[in-house]
Design a binder for this molecule. Structure first.
Ligand SMILES: Nc1ncnc2c1ncn2[C@@H]1O[C@H](COP(=O)(O)OP(=O)(O)O)[C@@H](O)[C@H]1O
Ligand SMILES: [Mg+2]
Length: 338
């Protein structure tokens, strides 16, 4: 039977524009013989669907329904394509859990944990995946400069814990630049991390369930033409190069894939995620972060990796929707048992 899919787009972060493109691309790819996608624009408390004639219909948040042509319409699955708040940080997932509506991707807890870079690093290091030494501060914490010098040294990175697209991220070369970097990160979040700089090549690896098995898709090298992969480098085609598959030693590629699959499984991820690493001069990959709603515009890394594997994008997204439905069937059974 034809399924109505709400593709959620926009959100409240610096990644709003990218999310619109990600969501539009997913709408375009979905198999129209099986799915009717509805592009749902989310911004603050306004969540709406605009039809081809330009009429906007507002979502009734009590039951996530739309009143279309005088009839109440429900969705079979919510396809969350919002990067950052509120799609990647667990908030939307919590909302859909409460309404018992199937949604794609990681659950509420996994999304919230992985969205916080510092806490996610602590958990991931527990499974012996290398991470750079770092420190965590809240806005009202005392900041110990000697500790930063000793643990992280210079250069180091200052990043908001909950952010994305390098928004609020600064490479700090010397102590004199630290205060400005801290202030910048605190503009975007009330907690930040200071992390040791890892000199090396930047790699990123998509992971999803393919034919029922957790599989690293491919390793892509990100060559930033700026000092690091900052916001401008990410969203200006001429400021970066994406190489799939990365030209690296096969042992390094295997290690990155193995870490990526391990992290996906241990964190209980769902849908497609992308995990970033820096590989140092000794070929050691350091985990940087996990993106549970990675960019999926026509030019993004994930679609490129899926195509590289020889999988049709239409089929790939169909699997992700089916996974969402299945998970909720399992939850339904548990509900009945209660
Ligand atoms: N410890 C680090 N060492 C080297 N480069 C880093 C480090 N941390 C971040 N970067 C650079 O900053 C970019 C953004 O950092 P990241 O942690 O991935 O946050 P975001 O969620 O904003 O993408 C990375 O893609 C990388 O270029
Ligand atoms: Mg990143």
């Amino acid at each position: 039977m034809m399924k109505n899919i709400a593709v959620l787009a926009g959100g409240n972060s610096g990644e709003y524009e990218v999310s619109l493109k990600t969501a539009q691309n997913i709408c375009n790819i979905l198999d129209k013989k099986q799915f009717t996608p509805y592009f749902i624009h989310v911004r603050g408390s306004e969540w709406g669907y605009t039809d081809d004639l330009g009429n906007t219909f507002w979502i009734d948040k009590n039951d996530f329904s739309l009143m279309l042509s005088g009839r109440k319409m429900y969705f079979d699955v919510a396809f969350i394509a919002i990067h950052g708040n509120p799609g990647e940080d667990g908030k939307m997932q919590g909302y859909f859990d409460m309404l018992h509506i199937p949604y794609t991707g990681c659950d509420c807890f996994c999304s919230a944990l992985t969205f916080n870079k510092y806490f996610c690093n602590v958990v991931v290091s527990h499974w012996h995946v290398p991470i750079a030494p770092s420190l965590h501060f809240y806005k009202d914490s005392a900041i110990d400069l000697t500790q930063i010098e000793a643990i992280c040294g210079y250069p180091c990175f200052v990043k908001p814990c909950n952010s994305g697209s390098s928004v609020g991220v600064t490479k700090v070369h010397e102590i004199g630049e630290l205060q400005t970097a801290l202030a910048e990160a605190f503009l975007h979040d009330d907690q930040l991390m200071v992390e040791q700089f890892i000199k090396g090549r930047e790699m990123t690896c998509g992971v999803a369930r393919v034919n029922g098995r957790v599989q690293a898709l491919a390793v892509t090298e990100v060559v930033a033409k700026n000092e690091f992969y900052d916001y401008q480098a990410k969203y200006t085609d001429s400021r970066h190069e994406l190489i799939t598959p990365a030209s690296i030693a096969s042992a390094t590629e295997t290690t990155i894939k193995r870490y990526s699959e391990l992290i996906y499984e241990k964190l209980g991820c769902k849908g497609v995620v992308r995990i970033d690493f820096i590989v140092d001069s000794k070929e050691k990959p350091f985990f940087l972060e996990i993106n549970t709603i990675p960019g999926q515009t026509a030019l993004s890394i994930i679609p490129c990796q899926v195509k590289y594997l020889g999988i049709e994008l239409k089929e790939f997204y169909q699997n992700i929707i089916e996974e969402a439905v299945q998970r909720f069937q399992i939850d339904d059974n548990n509900l009945t048992e209660c």
